[in-house]
Write a protein of this length. Sequence first.
Length: 605
Amino acid sequence: MDDMTNSESAAEQTSEKRIEKIISKGRRTRPGGRATLLLALLTAILTWLSFTPVDVGPLAWICLVPMLLLTRIELRTHWMYRTLYLVGFLFWLVTLQWMRLGDPSMYIALVALSAYLACYWPLFILLTRQTTHRFKVPVYVAAPIFWVGMEYLRAYLFTGFSWYYLGHTQHNWIEIIQISDITGVYGVSFIIVMANAALAQAIPQNWINRLKLEWTDERKEEDSVKLLKPRLMGVAISSSVILIALGYGYFRRNQSEFQVGPRVGLIQGNFTASLKSDRDDWGDIYQMHHALTGQTIPHQPNLIIWPEAMFRFPLMEYDKTIDDESLDALHPMIRAEDWKATRSQETLTEIAEKSDAALIIGTNIYEAKKDDSYLYNSASFVTPKGGVEDRYDKIHRVPFGEYIPLQKELPFIQSLTPFRGDFGIDAGESVHVFEYKDWKMLPFICFEDTVPHLVRKMVASATKGGGKPVDLLVNLTNDGWFHGSSELDQHLITSKFRAIETRTPLVRAVNTGISAIIDGDGVIRTPEHFIDFDATIEKTEPRTSMRDPQTGKFHRQLNCAIVGDVPLDSRNSLYVRLGDWFAAFCLIATIAVFIQVILKRKSES
């Protein structure tokens, strides 16, 4: 009898649990679907406006507030995470639309990258909700940790994508971004998300009730009054953090005593890039850059820089121990006499001699070794007395732009791209520092300047062993793929953060623009001389500045040259010394909570 009673009792309990589960499921999925879509769209719009091309940076301090309101409610709304993913996908599709300009095949890459990046928004809200409701961690603590952890994750995942970090929106607020020499750009993102989360927490409960995000009752409205003080505490704490960061920024800027460094001439041609390389254009490209170099000579630059791959004629290098028969066999299109040709090296040496300046020029290098032939995207270093003395081969290649990942292991991947045959460049193996007179210069090529940990490691490697610190970072870029779009602005913005993080001035010569001299505070310096060569050719009134005086925007897609002195920076950087300690901590915390979420869901299933 007792057994029967116990059995009936257990059955009743099981039935009750099922009923509770059904009710709970209904409550989880019914309310708030439209409001969730509205909040997600509002965050997407405000975030997009914060970045280029609109570039209203102050909006970043409120852009996440609508989405973070979803962390305030106990039960998730109807299709919450699907909605966040969909809106995130649309946000990235619009933000990265400039990718399509390189080639029609880039539409596939645009969609694929947007689909991947869209995963971060729902994951961010999921982790923040779990932490605030389960572990009772304030949202203004949890949210910035997870956001930064995921920014750091995408710096590495799938070869990395360090574009459009939230901290980049503050590039014009010079004082607030100075903490980058401690935490990297991640610290700026952290402060912004903390401020957003504090504001989201401070919003009155009755505002959320009006959105009908959840079932409400009188008790919750009464509790909202009791929780007013701790909610405002978040605003006070985030405001204090902002003030501390600002204080540090003013302090560090007052420490800067810039010394006059090398005078640089930055050569900027205007040649649209595409996957179809027309050799008939090589001569025009050379003539334009040669003429622009001549325009800088009256201003006596010490160093002249051409953009990435703008010396189109390849430089041939070969192992002198290889015989002619073996050289012929290395590459089907290159003969032994071609490997031994030195015309390109002689031309570069002649330019350096006539300019009486060192050159750092973007070149393509074919190199013959005993085992195989190699092609590198390189920066060649040329001096008036020594000729071609050194080169740096690009280390961090762009996937599907400069190589096809897993091409040998999964050959079908190449069929999904417009490339056929033996496509791609080989990766360089080491950092090279160019030394001229009393200056040490560290080159990197194209999108390498968008990768924070790469540039930091390069700078740290160059000063390893107690040697003299690097005086100057040199970036050679070809942004001609993107036809004067907002990509040019965003690329320039990322370069500014590399200068602050390493406390090293950075100069960049960019095909189609935007070329610039950037000091160790991340400030773009006005050059002493701006040479508008298009005006000379077209016999029109020349532009007198890098910027349009009416809009304040940088000129782009023009043939010009910039000449100015580099402000050397004697300050040290903790970020160079310690690396991504801050972002790594956030990532570890993110992974730990993610594992907890997975284990919890398994136990409930």
